[in-house]
Design a binder for this molecule. Structure first.
Ligand SMILES: [Zn+2]
Length: 329
């Protein structure tokens, strides 16, 4: 069956040294020492090692062929967002990454689609870059779950979402700059606990602030199956009901009314949870998305879904139809 993986990350093989260029900041740069590998450095601090499949389009195509998945939707690695930088510098970095992704799509048009990145900390520049991406043919963007710890429901982001709706561009919300990270460094807790909470934080903010209500045509997709949002939706709805004075202050519509209005990826690593999110979000809203090529990703590209004995029609929805609807409307 035809498959599209809508949640994968890709970097250019070479990055300019943005810290030198701009004269400040812990921008990511790459050190290539061993063939086939590179160290991502955040300032002078080692961040993570990446392999060739993080930047080489053909290596990725070959790895995906094993799992009969010809198409990848690529976006940058969230650590590249750099929302903390000066806005004009973040725009410069974003344009570099976006132009690179556009080149990959152009060179391998049968295998790649791309989501751009935006300088979210500056409303006008973010809109300007979204308009440029739209003109370049990008179907959507990837944004962080918060912007310098500001929630996505804050008024300064609304014009960006309005522009994305007007441009008919899809939005992938990806957890990053996880809340509480400084207090839970051990045991990889920012990734295991912080990321699912971050995604729920973004979803709750977009719902309770009324962004999703006011922009019904804007197509949001949330990474990692929506994190902890769907598994804790009963609690969130109960909180909405029992303390409307705290929760329903900006939007009177209950949170579960938005089920079926947003997309999520399939990266649950758990058949039972995937069945649950299919029931909650809707069979027409769950997209094959793996977080390739990182170790926490579903690196067998949806093989566990193929073993779940789901109806063929559901598999077709998850493996490509839902993604095409999310991207193109
Ligand atoms: Zn990811």
């Amino acid at each position: 069956m035809y498959k599209i993986d809508m949640h994968t990350h890709l970097l250019p093989e070479r990055l300019p040294n943005f810290a030198d260029k701009f004269g400040y900041g812990d921008f990511i740069h790459l050190i290539h020492e061993t063939p086939g590998f590179a160290n991502m450095m955040k300032g002078n601090v080692f961040f993570r090692q990446i392999a060739q499949n993080c930047w080489d389009p053909q290596v990725r195509i070959d790895e995906y062929a094993i799992y009969r998945t010809p198409v990848q939707v690529v976006c940058t690695i969230p650590v590249m967002f750099s929302y903390w930088a000066k806005p004009a510098d973040c725009l410069d970095l974003s344009m570099f990454l976006n132009d690179h992704l556009a080149g990959v799509v152009e060179d391998y048009s049968e295998h790649y689609m791309a989501l751009g990145t935006l300088p979210m900390q500056d409303t006008d520049l973010a809109i300007k870059e979204a308009e440029r991406l739209h003109a370049m043919g990008f179907p959507g963007v990837q944004i962080g779950s918060n912007v310098n710890q500001l929630n996505l429901g804050e008024p300064q982001f609304f014009p960006i979402f309005e522009a994305l709706e007007r441009l008919n561009m899809a939005v992938l919300v990806h957890p990053w700059e996880m809340m509480g990270e400084a207090d839970m460094k051990k045991y990889w807790l920012p990734w295991l606990v912080g990321m699912p909470a971050e995604t729920s934080r973004a979803m709750c903010s977009l719902i309770f602030s009324g962004v999703m209500e006011r922009l019904p045509k804007l197509r949001f997709c949330f990474a990692h199956a929506g994190g902890s949002f769907l598994p804790t939706l009963g609690r969130i709805r109960h909180g909405f009901d029992c303390r409307p004075d705290l929760v329903a202050v900006d939007n009177p519509t209950p949170p579960d009314a938005y089920l079926g209005r947003f997309w999520i990826d399939s990266a649950t690593h758990d058949e039972r949870l995937l069945r649950y999110v299919l029931e909650m979000a809707g069979e027409d809203k769950v997209c094959l998305g793996t977080d390739y090529p990182f170790p926490l990703g579903d690196l067998e590209i949806g093989t566990f879904i193929e073993k779940m004995n789901l109806p063929q029609s559901t598999l077709e929805r998850i493996f490509y139809k839902n993604t095409l609807e999310w991207l193109h409307g």
